[in-house]
Design a binder for this molecule. Structure first.
Ligand SMILES: Cc1cc2nc3c(=O)[nH]c(=O)nc-3n(C[C@H](O)[C@H](O)[C@H](O)COP(=O)(O)OP(=O)(O)OC[C@H]3O[C@@H](n4cnc5c(N)ncnc54)[C@H](O)[C@@H]3O)c2cc1C
Length: 430
């Protein structure tokens, strides 16, 4: 069984150092009753809880550490539409679901924008996400992006920058061209997660922190247990993603934790910030194993990447990531690095999030394969729909077959690491 991370405070990230609110929800003690118990207060759990509360359900949200402690409070903050693996769902179900999948693809972004506006969440939300080509052939994909959008009659919210414009606007010669989408963007993920949790709390959600769930007693009204208490509920939603795995009989070896790492520079001068990112967009390359970066609101460069599938974290995150950053921005060689941190993403072999139900009333949703800020929000809505009895979108995901790597999680991680080594070599060779 995967290790449960228990009662920890936030990691030493830039985000944790700049939170709007240090949450201090109580630990779960004694018995609580609710319509729904949600386990895990990352974006999936908080989003599900908030969506349910808005529909009038009573909800208990139980978190092992702090709200946003996992990937949701540590990520690159890149707001990218879509869910990994949707193309597989389209292949399985055919063209009749194409429009529904297109709506699902963009819904997460809309939910975030709606909530930021509705609840006044301060999370430095900005428009613009740039995909950059590190190899000339990758720019060919931009025509497909345009075609797909035009087919769906999407308003023109994108720009394509050629090599020269890319050099001018991103201050580097490393890229051959750029596709920028202004329906995507970037934000402070921990402040978004904490803000959404606050909104949920104000709508009546009972939030418990520092309360690792240790097990579930199944039945018509399952009991979710922690060391010092329990929640009885009509339905349970498991949202522990890469940091936990309940119900090994059903869920073991479907999602594999992989490390991704970020460094944060000191605040850059206005001139330097304008030189390396004149339009203040999030940036991600188009390789299989991506590098991604953006400027924070206070003009630090937050540069991340180097996904590590072996299950072992690097001895020094700074030494691991800095050479990648300097390859793109040699002009930052004298800049101080103030932050370094990592987090776990949940990888699924076929890249489709694993979604389903155990004993009819324990739902789960996990595994966004590194692309989850937006996806978790639409999945929260889909989980909330399912609990309320509307199954159409839930069934699309739940119908997908997932391969379980036999053996221990360690064996699975080594197999995934081998597979990814192939992609890393492919990225290098071009
Ligand atoms: C370094 C990094 C960079 C990333 N960058 C991006 C990006 O730029 N854009 C993007 O779209 N995606 C990105 N991702 C992915 C994205 O962050 C995740 O897909 C998303 O946050 C997953 O949210 P979640 O709520 O499912 O899981 P998590 O945020 O990991 O939350 C799971 C929660 O469950 C809790 N939990 C686990 N077990 C228990 C238990 N037994 N009892 C109670 N609680 C429990 C954990 O403590 C945790 O808080 C990145 C991820 C990482 C790690």
């Amino acid at each position: 069984m995967r290790k449960i991370h228990q009662k920890q405070e936030h990691t030493s990230s830039y985000y944790a150092a700049t939170v709007n609110e240090k949450t201090a929800y109580p630990a779960l003690r004694g018995g609580v009753s609710a319509d729904v118990c949600v386990v895990g207060a990352g974006f999936t759990g908080v989003s599900t809880a908030l969506s349910l509360a808005e529909r009038g359900y009573s909800v208990a949200l139980v978190e092992a550490n702090r709200v946003g402690w996992g990937a949701s409070g540590r990520n690159g903050g890149q707001l990218i539409h879509g869910i990994s693996g949707l193309e597989r769902i389209r292949k399985k179900h055919g063209e009749s679901v194409a429009d529904l999948l297109w709506d699902i693809k963009w819904r997460g972004n809309d939910i975030i924008r709606e909530r930021v506006a509705k609840f006044g969440i301060e999370c430095d939300l900005k428009d613009g996400y740039a995909e950059v080509a590190t190899k000339p052939g990758q720019t060919d994909w931009f025509a497909e992006y345009v075609e797909e959008r035009e087919q769906h009659g999407t308003p023109k919210t994108w720009e394509i920058w050629d090599r020269e414009q890319t050099r001018e606007l991103l201050g580097t010669d490393a890229f051959h061209g750029t596709f920028v989408c202004f329906r995507d963007g970037h934000l402070h993920p921990l402040n978004l997660c904490i803000g959404e949790a606050r909104a949920a709390y104000e709508l009546g959600v009972q939030i418990f922190e520092q309360s690792p769930v240790t097990g579930i007693d199944h039945g018509s009204r399952p009991r979710v247990r922690t060391a010092d208490g329990y929640v009885d509920a009509d339905a349970v939603v498991l949202a522990g993603n890469a940091y936990s795995q309940f119900e090994p009989k059903h869920l073991a070896n479907l999602v594999f934790p992989a490390g991704s790492y970020i460094i944060g520079t000191e605040t850059l001068s206005d001139d330097m910030a304008a030189e390396i990112n004149a339009r203040d967009v999030a940036v991600c390359d188009l390789n299989e194993v991506v590098d991604y970066y953006r400027l924070s609101a206070d003009k630090r460069l937050l540069y991340g990447g180097a996904c590590n599938y072996s299950g072992r974290d690097p001895a020094s995150i700074k030494e691991y990531i800095l050479p990648r950053m300097l390859k793109v921005y040699p002009q930052l060689k004298d800049v101080r690095i103030d932050f370094e941190w990592g987090g776990k993403i949940g990888i699924v072999l076929n890249r489709v999030p694993t979604v389903g139900r155990i004993n009819n009333n324990v739902y789960y949703c996990q595994g966004y394969s590194g692309h989850g800020v937006s996806a978790t929000h639409v999945m929260g809505e889909i989980m909330s729909d399912a609990v309320a009895g509307t199954m159409e979108r839930f069934d699309l995901f739940a119908s997908m077959d997932h391969f379980r790597i036999p053996g221990t999680q360690w064996v699975g991680n080594q197999i995934i690491a081998l597979g990814m080594m192939f992609y890393k070599i492919k990225d290098k060779l071009g």
